[in-house]
Design a protein around this ligand. Structure first.
Ligand code: UN1
Length: 497
């Protein structure tokens, strides 16, 4: 297939980087296949995008919210129309199996229709004033120019989660997608363009995180940064935004666990574990990377899990028979391999997998075998650090209380799951698990767009994306008092003796 030539999108113009420098995106299943070239943007390119977004903000914020939302409905309809094309491109560009890629696009579509609905809500409150003949209310105000820095693992869904509510709320946006998925971001931007959004309302800047991303985060005329990615980069983003007084929403690492109690439906728990651990090759913030197994079922569960895992078919995402696709790039492949070395040094036992897969066709891509590690203790690095690959560790627990304690013994807190038939335990788990998301009898993955998404502790900074909570990220409250008494009324004073 002929490689795509991606460009930046600024003020309704498709542009190369001013320097003319470009970067490449490759198919992780066949590294020799070039998927796209894209601009290596730096500060000058970012400056142009910020100027365009600022200029457009002046008028976009005045467009009535229901009218802003109509553009987003249109984007949703176009995403539906191009769903298959986008899914295929995504599979080629970042490797996830086609069924999952379709799900990723569907999440963008869901988000379009949900966010657009908010255009006719964006509710504020009215409340009585303590003074006579005085009216009090609150209304949501847009924030301004928003920089959206997004990862490669959900190349359509996550940019949509961020851009759609931001736009409905009256902000203008600059998307800086991950350098592994420039083609998906470009196609998404073409759809926004086709939906007819006014020039400068949506902009796209390609490039490296440490160049284009950094320039956006540091830019004095950016008002808000919404970032999803690694904890290391998130720390830099948070620190810089703190120093420059920007609004900031951070979504970072996870070390999600699934608990399986002795009373669980084991077949169901296995289905959940396999999907949670190996779906998207473990490259989800919500992936299951620890299985906390009650000692009474651990042996049986492990046997069943191994049997299921041994049947998983590795391959290119574009092959309909593939269960597990490649890792996104060679550095992720190395990272996962290094964690396997660490696991072996720490004394973990590899029950299955544990190696780079390079037989036959697989030798051309970044494939890692689905891996299960046993004899793992909660203090080992593989039980504490985010691996972001198809690796899951098994930890034996003696009781419900111990399971919850181990689940919580991590700096992160994104997703979590428990399989049990005991309603009392289920409710205690909902209360006691330290995570932004808890699934009862479901895997750690599978968030829906109309509910809040995000994590506690070091996973985030207190914000939630999606759901109505996205409105909290992308608006600020204005409190309005209207005095129609015709006189000066002093609150706390004139209404007291
Ligand atoms: C992510 O991994 O960054 O719940 C997002 C899920 C998906 C979203 C994951 N709907 O796994």
């Amino acid at each position: 297939m002929t490689p795509l030539t991606c460009q930046n999108y600024i003020a309704d113009q498709w542009l190369n980087a001013v320097s003319g420098d470009t970067l490449e995106s490759r198919n992780p299943a066949v590294n020799s296949e070039l998927v796209a070239t894209f601009p290596r943007s730096v500060t000058t390119d970012v400056d142009a995008a910020v100027i365009a977004a600022r200029q457009a903000y002046r008028t976009w914020r005045l467009v009535p919210a229901p009218a802003r939302a109509e553009y987003i409905y249109k984007v949703g309809e176009l995403l539906l129309q191009y769903k298959e094309e986008l899914a295929l491109l995504m599979s080629r560009e970042m490797g996830k199996p086609l069924t999952e890629a379709r799900g990723d696009v569907q999440e963008g579509i869901d988000c379009a229709f949900y966010s657009a609905g908010e255009g006719r809500r964006l509710f504020g409150q009215t409340t009585p004033s303590e003074m006579p003949n005085k009216f009090a209310m609150t209304m949501r105000m847009p924030i301004g120019v928003c920089a959206l820095i997004t990862p490669w693992n959900f190349p359509i869904a996550i940019p949509c989660w961020k851009a759609m509510p931001a736009l409905v709320c009256g902000n203008t946006v600059i998307l800086k997608p991950a350098e592994d998925t420039p083609a998906c971001a470009t196609k998404l931007m073409e759809i926004f363009q086709q939906a007819g959004l006014p020039a400068g309302v949506v902009n796209l800047i390609h490039g490296l995180g440490e160049e284009a991303g950094k320039a956006l985060v540091e830019h004095p005329d950016v008002d808000l940064v919404s970032f999803t990615g690694s904890s290391e980069t998130g720390a830099f983003v948070g620190e810089t935004c703190g120093r420059t007084h920007k609004r900031v929403c951070l979504e970072m690492g996870g070390k999600n666990a699934q608990i399986v109690m002795e009373d669980a439906d084991l077949e169901l728990a296995i289905e959940g574990a396999v999907w949670g651990a190996f779906g998207t090759s473990g490259q989800r913030c919500t992936a299951t990377s620890r299985l906390l197994l009650h000692r009474d079922i651990k042996k049986q569960f492990t046997t069943m899990l191994l049997e299921r895992t041994s049947k998983l078919r590795l391959g290119a995402g574009t092959n309909p028979n593939t269960d597990v696709g490649p890792l996104v790039n060679t550095s992720q492949l190395q990272r996962v391999s290094q964690y396997l070395e660490i696991a072996r040094e720490e004394g973990a036992k590899v029950l299955i997998g544990g190696k780079i897969a390079n037989e036959g066709e697989l030798q051309h891509g970044n494939f890692f075998q689905p891996t299960i590690l046993d004899s793992v203790t909660p203090k080992m690095r593989v039980a504490r650090e985010e691996i972001f690959g198809p690796v899951v560790v098994l930890i034996e627990v003696n009781s419900f209380e111990e399971a919850i304690a181990i689940l919580n013994d991590t700096p992160y807190g994104l997703s979590s799951s428990i399989y049990t038939r005991d309603i009392n335990r289920a409710f205690a788990a909902m209360r006691d698990i330290e995570a932004g998301i808890t699934y009862i009898n479901g895997p750690t993955i599978g968030a829906e767009v109309h509910l809040p998404f995000g994590g506690v502790k070091q996973t985030g900074n207190g914000h939630r994306e999606a759901g109505t909570t996205a409105m909290e990220v992308f608006t600020e409250w204005k409190t309005v008092y209207v005095d129609f008494s015709g006189g000066l009324q002093r609150a706390q004073i004139d209404n007291r003796d």
